[in-house]
Design a binder for this molecule. Structure first.
Ligand code: DON
Length: 295
């Protein structure tokens, strides 16, 4: 179980966790502001610039959580309920939403790598099978922003960039990823988990590149997720004795902590490649089970 994660060995001190969470909060706000099908909306170039990252970093208070509502003042918040709109938390919790997205990673003898995340969204997707082809079509329409102007504190987003339009593609959180160093593949990763996919992949990369964790240790870390709204930290360590001190310290900094889905956050079946020896290590994420196979 991910309860293997050992808080005392984690490099995620409350301070380090806080900085990562504040970065997530700001990145998800920009996602709500700007991201949508690039054939329909202009994605501002500054989002990936070092200068903009430095500006955001300067605005982070190293000791206090910034309330999400103070940050996104340009996006008006609606009342929680509007007639005819059913309310659902922005966090993925129900089993029907969590089983139909899968990630796998592959590398072949010559070093060709594939990171593949695919999704039906809900069980049996749209329940339509392509005649003669034998596969189901997904029902990703829910990945569009549902109601124009309806952004609220539960995490419903109603900004224009990802509103539904004919021939437009909905915004996905999937991020199958191949990490390279000096042109060599060092990590192949990705995950299911709706909006939390981005946070899972971020931590898998940081655990490897910045904290040099072993593959097993990497995946065993208690994962965190903050998506701007709801203004809450989804944390696998919540409610667990060994993470109590971290939870307390983060709460004192102003974070509101909620538990992760029962089986944990995501499932990042990944492959690590040592660029010097060429040795590959595949690990199936224990949260949902799986198998690493080499030939
Ligand atoms: O593309 C997306 O972002 C979502 N449709 C993925 C859904 C998902 O990961 C559900 N899984 N746990």
């Amino acid at each position: 179980s991910h309860r293997e994660a050992d808080a005392s060995r984690s490099p995620y001190s409350p301070q380090a966790a806080h900085l990562m969470l504040e970065a997530m909060r700001r990145a998800y706000l920009d996602r709500a502001r700007h991201l949508g099908d690039a054939d329909f909306v202009e994605i501002p170039a500054h989002l990936t610039s070092k200068e903009y990252a430095a500006k955001l970093a300067r605005e982070i208070d190293a000791r206090r959580a910034t309330p999400s509502e103070d940050l996104g003042k340009d996006i008006p918040l609606a009342e929680k309920e509007k007639p005819g709109i059913s309310e659902k938390s922005g966090f993925v919790k129900k089993a029907t939403f969590t089983d139909q997205t899968t990630h796998f990673s592959i590398v072949d003898a010559s070093g060709m790598a594939v990171a593949n995340t695919y999704t039906l969204e809900q069980s049996f997707g749209s329940r339509v099978v392509v005649r003669g082809a034998g596969f189901l079509l997904n029902n990703e329409m829910g990945d569009f922003n549902w109601v124009a102007g309806l952004t609220n504190t539960t995490g419903r987003i109603g900004t224009p960039a990802n509103l539904i339009e004919p021939r437009k593609r909905m915004l996905s959180s999937q991020c199958p990823t191949i990490v390279c160093r000096d042109g060599n593949t060092i990590l192949i990763t990705g995950s299911p988990g709706g909006r939390s996919i981005i946070s899972t992949v971020l931590q898998t990369i940081v655990n490897h590149v910045d904290y040099q964790m072993s593959p097993r240790e990497n995946l065993a870390q208690a994962r965190m997720h903050h998506q701007w709204l709801p203004d809450a930290l989804q944390y696998e360590g919540a409610g667990q004795e060994e993470f109590a001190a971290t939870v307390e310290a983060l709460t004192r900094m102003g974070h509101r902590i909620v538990p992760a889905p029962e089986r944990g956050q995501g499932s990042a079946h990944s492959i690590w490649v040592d660029p010097t020896s060429g040795r590959r290590t595949g690990v199936a994420d224990f949260r949902r089970g799986g198998l690493a196979v080499g030939k």
